[in-house]
Design a protein around this ligand. Structure first.
Ligand SMILES: Cc1cc2nc3c(=O)[nH]c(=O)nc-3n(C[C@H](O)[C@H](O)[C@H](O)COP(=O)(O)OP(=O)(O)OC[C@H]3O[C@@H](n4cnc5c(N)ncnc54)[C@H](O)[C@@H]3O)c2cc1C
Length: 358
């Protein structure tokens, strides 16, 4: 069976996202059952939907549609977003609107049959391979800044959308600047109410944070898996005092993080406060940065001189690499992307601990 045919059949069988309703890739089961589905498909050698190349589809666009989309939007879009037939990027951040997202200035002006959008977006991951984007744009300048925003889906492959690469410290241009000049959004492509985009954006960001932090990887996989493999084969080269202890500490921290995330995802699936995912987002960034540093120490300083920093435009979001220097440099962004560590701490203070504002 061809890959796409298989993915569509899996969607039809309700085994794409089992917690979703029938017809939308699910069977209205507990989200927990998804793990069993994934492991059975994995063991059988089934192709997947390449989640790292469509992380915005899965972590943001589909949750936004589930939160505020019309039945028609859900029916038309969730399937191709899950199979990867459509690739979505996120047009939220602007040069003067990052943490303070309510300051978005990109304007959407109502015209016949739709909207004309003009503005400047920045840090747009994988825009160069996107078919469409989730877009936050200003539709009103009256009242509170939060109340004048609308959440749209916009076609990225139209003349009014110009995409320029932004090169990162790794050498890659994973993200881009996007200039919108009278780009067109047809009627029916607002998700949620006009001027009601803030709530949809907040729901999207909550899913994004959960997606970063609460992903469930098998024991000793991901970044810690790379470190352990390298440590087992190369530790004799770098026997610095206390290094073995620090690797063991990292292993324990990664395992505690993994188990805590299993508990958190079960609580989220049961409808409990998802704001705690902000804690996982912080820990995800800290752990990646600590482990990436250990990989670099183990590899020795010379890897920085021999590494390949060549310009490229990647096809997927990749934190790991065979090159420890790449993982180290890429991990610096983990505490910025998807909400900075400082903002996550504010969210925890406000929505988890209910601390009083000063
Ligand atoms: C690898 C990567 C990929 C990204 N991909 C995308 C994407 O696809 N789409 C998209 O829209 N955006 C994307 N972003 C942008 C990201 O969401 C923003 O960088 C992030 O929200 C921070 O905004 P900013 O860069 O404007 O920093 P600012 O908001 O200007 O923050 C600067 C510093 O001030 C601190 N700060 C700001 N406000 C407060 C506060 N109230 N309290 C305490 N400290 C504060 C911040 O923590 C930070 O340290 C990406 C970023 C990275 C690094």
């Amino acid at each position: 069976m061809r890959r796409l045919e298989f993915l569509n059949a899996r969607f039809n069988a309700g085994l794409a996202m089992v917690e979703k309703p029938e017809g939308l890739g699910g069977l209205s089961l507990s989200a927990d059952a998804q793990k069993r589905v994934e492991s059975r498909f994995d063991r059988a050698g089934a192709p997947d939907n390449d989640p790292l190349s469509i992380n915005i589809n899965i972590g943001q666009a589909i949750p936004a549609l589930m939160f505020a989309g019309t039945d028609e939007q859900k029916r038309d879009l969730i399937r191709p977003l899950w199979t990867g037939e459509l690739v979505c990027c996120q047009l939220f951040s602007e040069p003067d609107a990052g943490s303070d997202l309510a300051s978005v200035r990109t304007r959407a002006i109502k015209v016949q049959d739709g909207w004309r959008v003009s503005g400047h977006k920045i840090w747009t991951s994988l825009a160069h391979k996107a078919d469409l984007a989730i877009l936050l744009a200003r539709t009103s300048t009256e009242g509170r800044a939060h109340d004048g925003l609308t959440y749209f889906l916009i076609d990225m492959r139209q003349p009014g959308v110009q995409i320029e690469p932004l090169r990162q410290i790794t050498g890659q241009a994973e993200f881009n600047e996007v200039f919108l000049s009278d780009a067109f959004v047809p009627e029916g492509y607002a998700i949620g109410e006009v001027n009601g985009g803030w709530a949809v954006a907040m729901a999207t960001l909550e899913s994004e944070r959960a997606f970063y932090g609460v992903r469930q990887l098998p024991r000793e996989s991901g970044m810690i898996g790379e470190l352990c493999r390298e440590w087992r084969t190369q530790r004799h080269l770098h026997a610095a005092d206390g290094f073995d202890d620090r690797v063991c500490r990292a292993w324990i921290d990664a395992e505690v993080f993994r188990i805590a995330n299993i508990r958190l995802s079960e609580r989220m699936a049961a409808g409990e406060n998802a704001s705690e995912a902000s804690g996982s987002k912080i820990r995800f960034a800290q752990l990646n940065q600590e482990i990436a540093w250990l990989r670099l120490e183990l590899a020795g300083a010379e890897v920085g001189r021999t590494a390949d920093y060549a310009f490229s435009r990647p096809e997927r979001t990749e934190f790991l690499s065979a090159e420890p220097i790449f993982s180290y440099l890429r991990s610096r962004a983990n505490s910025i992307e998807g909400g900075t560590t400082e903002i996550m701490k504010n969210v925890i203070a406000d929505r988890v601990l209910n601390l009083p504002r000063r």
